[in-house]
Design a protein around this ligand. Structure first.
Ligand code: MTE
Length: 302
């Protein structure tokens, strides 16, 4: 079963704010160009993808540039200036350059994708993202043959990001995907949640969402995208390569060295009474992505 869906929500699926917001057609830039649109019918919503509350999604975050506590991003991230915003796109592309966010969004049809985000720490949250496929952006800048990976980088602004004063990671926060992972239709550049622009704590104005990988791959507030031949530097692998691999596919059978990944707590709003469930291979998205790893030992390539 496909574990994402797009289209209309029903009253049984979500909170009232989402029912209201999803009546809106959310479009960015010039309509009709069709970049980023997915062909095919809207899919039925699996019953276990009930989104967490907006309050929960925006007040229990990981964004270490604003502190390592879960409440720190909601408290401190307002200092990040997200407009104007631009993204430097470079490396092995036909049209490198510094693109204003408006130009990045031009022609992209923003759609809703309800994804489960599984954090490496053992909790998950179902989030109704608004965004477009990363592949649409990569296609528009022209990926050159020979490019094998995509590197991403978050803004690094010590004056606006108090957490940078602690070297818990080698800043700026950096992540990467193999090119085929980046081009997979599930891989999203998100600009909103519940039909509203992203709040800073969730990675405004634009962040990655890779639903079959642990949440730390979903890098926030992106300022640089580079197409390259070598596997990119990633901040978490650099911090502890035994605990955080380059692939970091959600996998109940591969334990984190300090804890099992076999189950997870599903956060809605109240994490004290959040139910537990079995972690699913590829976070439930195996049908769409398992073929990317055919023949690979996922115990070694964790
Ligand atoms: N991106 C940056 N730049 N800095 C971070 O600390 N944390 C990651 C990821 N992206 C992080 C980041 C982790 S560990 C998770 S689980 C998700 O963001 C959390 O996303 P959310 O707060 O929007 O739920």
């Amino acid at each position: 079963m496909t574990r994402f869906w797009k289209g209309k929500l029903t009253e049984n699926d979500v909170t009232p704010e989402a029912i209201y917001l999803n009546r809106r057609q959310i479009m960015a830039g010039a309509a009709g160009l069709g970049l980023g649109a997915i062909a095919g019918p809207a899919l039925a919503a699996p019953s276990d993808l009930t989104p967490a509350s907006y309050e929960g999604i925006t007040h229990y975050n990981n964004y270490y540039e604003f502190g390592t506590g879960k409440e720190d991003p909601a408290r401190y991230a307002h200092t990040l200036v997200t407009s104007p915003w631009s993204i430097q796109i470079g490396g092995m592309v036909d049209k490198p350059g510094t693109y204003a966010l408006e130009d990045v969004l031009k022609g992209k049809q923003i759609e809703e994708r309800i994804y489960r985000l599984r954090c490496v720490e053992g909790w998950s949250m179902v989030i109704p993202w608004n965004g477009f496929q990363l592949s649409a952006l990569l296609d528009s800048v022209g990926v050159q043959s020979g490019a094998k990976y995509v590197a991403f980088q978050t803004a690094e602004r010590p004056d606006q990001m108090p957490g940078l004063s602690r070297r818990v990671l080698d800043w700026p926060y950096r992540e990467g995907l193999r090119l085929d992972e980046a081009m997979n239709p599930l891989t999203l550049l998100a600009t909103g949640i519940y039909g509203k622009d992203l709040l800073n704590q969730n990675g405004a104005p634009i962040r990655l969402v890779v639903p079959w990988k642990y949440g730390f791959k979903s890098i926030k507030s992106i300022v640089r995208i580079t197409l390259q031949e070598e596997e990119p530097f990633t901040s978490w692998k650099d911090q502890n390569y035994r605990e955080y691999g380059f692939y970091s596919n959600v996998n109940p059978k591969v334990s984190h060295p300090r804890w099992s990944q076999a189950t997870e707590r599903v956060l809605g709003t109240n994490r004290l009474i959040a139910p537990r469930r079995d972690t699913e291979m590829f976070n439930g998205y195996g049908e769409e992505v398992a073929s990317l790893y055919a023949g690979m030992d996922l115990g070694k390539n964790y």
